[in-house]
Design a protein around this ligand. Structure first.
Ligand SMILES: [Fe+2]
Ligand SMILES: [Fe+2]
Length: 388
């Protein structure tokens, strides 16, 4: 796992400047590391996701593929398209928005207080019930804000993927995903705006992942980053939050979003499985394997609610101390376990879990999930039943 000294020096400087870059570059693949450098500089150093006016413009490298022959030759994707058409739902009528969400209501708490990451930390235990509820509210708001930011990325990625994909059946299916992601942006924003009245900025690591896939000109990298990694992560995260939340509107909203996401991940697996098997060279597959591993490490180790730490605990404990608590808290463990339970079987299915890369995942304890079902074997109902 050695990387070149040049890259190491640059990464060290980045790590010094921000302190969050040390987990990137584990695979030692210089091509992958180089491709992640610019997104990392924009995310960690220039802080493009956290501009003062709350806006970011990204130059996308986004090819459009036209095919004037209109061949309908992918029955597997056509089937997914039919399913998606039948499964559309209206957020206004499906969800009961009249529900009053009371922060700290013990009858239906936003998050089970026993699962709050700081529950064993003495200064947190000394807080009043109202203060604890406020921090639970902050944590859920932070998590849902990240979901919202991820959904905005998914909406734009779905547009790019739809124009780039080579099969008409894939484009038709993609058009339903664009609608789905628009609805997801709408419902998460509405919940945050109407019910929680709080919105957090995008987490730096999530920004880097979104920036990396938006700016990569290869259509399959957009698929890989969004449909397999971010969507897989989202499915796991939605399931984890739904399991620990007692708030009925949030639970139902997450359930409906998860049913849509199950189709999105299945699209990624169906599209990439054949393309990777039939088209790419060993060197190209190796690059994608390493890219996924770097992204997985980034998502595993660094999704640690630093924005909540900055707001409530920065003056009371070090960031390192917070990281240790966040890495070992039961809710965060469950959160990470669910994320990778969804991602790893799909990487295996599309041929990106070779014997060469397996030890890298094993070192992070992520191979435990490799025998789980891939997205094409799971329906939205299966996913909901799993967390009931
Ligand atoms: Fe979505
Ligand atoms: Fe999605």
């Amino acid at each position: 796992m050695q990387i070149s000294s040049l890259a190491e020096t640059v990464f060290d400087r980045l790590a010094e400047s921000k302190g969050t870059f040390d987990d990137v570059a584990k695979s030692g693949n210089l091509k992958v590391i180089t491709s992640l450098m610019r997104p990392a500089v924009r995310g960690y150093v220039l802080r493009k996701g956290k501009q003062v006016d709350g806006r970011t413009d990204i130059d996308t490298n986004s090819p459009a593929h036209f095919d004037w022959r209109y061949r309908r030759d992918r029955e597997d994707l056509a089937k997914l398209y039919r399913l998606a058409k039948q499964s559309q739902w209206d957020s206004d009528t499906t969800l009961d928005w009249s529900t009053v969400v009371q922060i700290g209501n013990p009858a239906n708490p936003l998050i089970d207080p026993k699962l709050f990451p700081l529950q064993n930390y003495a200064p947190f235990q000394r807080l009043s019930e109202a203060e604890k509820a406020d921090q639970g509210h902050a944590l859920v708001s932070w998590l849902l804000s990240q979901f919202l930011h991820g959904e905005q990325g998914a909406l734009f990625a779905a547009c790019q993927v739809t124009q780039a994909v080579g099969w008409l059946d894939g484009k038709l299916y993609g058009s339903t995903q664009v609608m789905d992601e628009g609805r997801h942006v709408e419902v998460f924003h509405r919940y945050l705006d109407d019910k929680l009245k709080r919105l957090y900025e995008i987490n730096d690591n999530l920004y880097v992942v979104i920036d990396a896939l938006m700016t990569d000109g290869r259509w399959d990298m957009k698929f890989l980053g969004m449909q397999i990694l971010i969507e897989g992560l989202a499915l796991g995260a939605f399931g984890a939050l739904r399991q620990v939340s007692g708030e009925p509107l949030l639970r139902k909203l997450l359930e409906y979003v998860m049913r849509d996401e199950a189709r999105h991940v299945a699209f990624g697996v169906l599209a990439l499985q054949r393309y990777y098997r039939d088209t790419l060279t060993a060197a190209q597959l190796r690059e994608r394997e390493d890219w996924c591993f770097e992204m997985s490490v980034l998502l595993r180790n660094r999704f640690l609610a630093h924005e909540v730490y900055d707001e409530y605990w920065a003056h009371k404990m070090s960031r390192r101390q917070w990281n240790e608590i966040a890495m070992t808290a039961p809710f965060m463990l469950m959160f990470r376990k669910r994320m990778f339970k969804r991602i790893i079987p799909n990487l295996k299915r599309i041929g990106l879990l070779s014997d060469r890369i397996r030890p890298y995942y094993a070192e992070y304890g992520l191979l435990d999930y490799e025998h789980g079902k891939a997205a094409t074997e799971l329906t939205g109902d299966d996913l909901i039943q799993e967390i009931e």
